[in-house]
Write a protein that binds this ligand. Structure first.
Ligand SMILES: Nc1ncnc2c1ncn2[C@@H]1O[C@H](COP(=O)(O)OP(=O)(O)OP(=O)(O)O)[C@@H](O)[C@H]1O
Ligand SMILES: [Mg+2]
Length: 261
């Protein structure tokens, strides 16, 4: 894989609308303004890398998007079919997840620890899908597509970090997924498994047209797979653009990459 993604997968025509818009989002914890009038547009079927220093508010943005954390001010819209903005700012988590098809792979392990890989998938399939045969088929197809068949009876707590991420991604694909949000999916993962997870993510974009929003401190890996990079600092997006342009941007270097990068 080259160091920086050199081509843009999707060339957007003027009439193509963002699939996700965050408008003037603010969030304060105690005395600290974590997000201040944050604006962000995400284009459909793109991979967007959200980068920023520790504590800059990346996870807070994801939690606000999923409805886990309440924003103090701002608006949140999705436009899944390119026709109409839907205001999701006050919807509960389950509606954003199941009806609006926004799926979250959190930073920490999110699997049911004492259940097998197959049962982790089945547990969600049984909520989302109705027909028993469809449930079985969906689980089997995912296990096979993600090369997890040999781990089907393995308990989640005894999987490696990389395998856990893969199962979490699989689980998010049950039902439909239009936007997948991944918070540090590459942390504590060995280099070969990092390559495997990056391949999985790019495949989600290419074969399922899923819009990906990803954050990770393994930023060189993000530069390789992202179409768009957004740098979060001081509560707002201080630099954005293609990976090759953002790494040259003075502000991005000052706030995140470092002046020697
Ligand atoms: N529930 C909470 N209560 C109080 N402060 C919080 C809470 N959640 C987050 N914060 C604070 O908000 C700020 C942003 O945290 P957040 O986890 O969003 O950062 P981050 O960019 O994801 O950092 P990292 O790169 O370390 O994952 C931090 O200063 C954090 O201490
Ligand atoms: Mg975080």
């Amino acid at each position: 894989m080259s160091k920086i993604k050199k081509f843009k997968i999707t060339r957007y025509k003027k009439e193509i609308k963002p699939i996700l818009q965050m408008k003037n989002i603010s969030k304060r914890y105690n005395e600290k303004n974590v997000l201040q009038d944050l604006n962000m547009k995400i284009m459909p079927s793109s991979i967007t890398g959200l980068l920023g220093p520790n504590g800059s508010g990346k996870t807070t943005i994801f939690n606000i998007l999923l409805g886990i954390t309440k924003m103090d001010a701002g608006e949140l819209y999705i436009n899944p079919d390119g026709k109409k903005n839907i205001n999701i700012g006050s919807l509960p988590i389950h509606q954003r997840c199941f009806e609006n098809k926004i799926k979250f792979i959190p930073q920490n392990d999110s699997l049911f620890r004492n259940m097998s890989v197959a049962d982790n998938l089945k547990a969600v399939a049984e909520i989302v899908l109705k027909d028993r045969r469809q449930i079985e088929e969906t689980v089997e197809n995912l296990l096979s597509e993600f090369s997890l068949t040999e781990h089907r009876t393995t308990l989640a707590h005894s999987l490696s970090g990389g395998q856990k991420k893969k199962v979490a991604i699989c689980r998010a694909l049950i039902g439909e997924c239009s936007i997948m949000v991944l918070d540090e999916p590459l942390s504590n993962i060995d280099p070969i498994t990092i390559e495997m997870i990056k391949d999985v993510i790019v495949k989600l974009q290419l074969t399922r047209s899923i819009t990906i929003l990803i954050s990770d401190h393994a930023f060189e890996n993000i530069l390789q797979i992202a179409d768009e990079i957004k740098i979060l600092s001081d509560g707002y997006i201080c630099s954005e653009g293609s990976p090759s342009s953002v790494v040259k941007d003075e502000r991005a270097r000052e706030k995140y990459f470092g002046l020697n990068y």
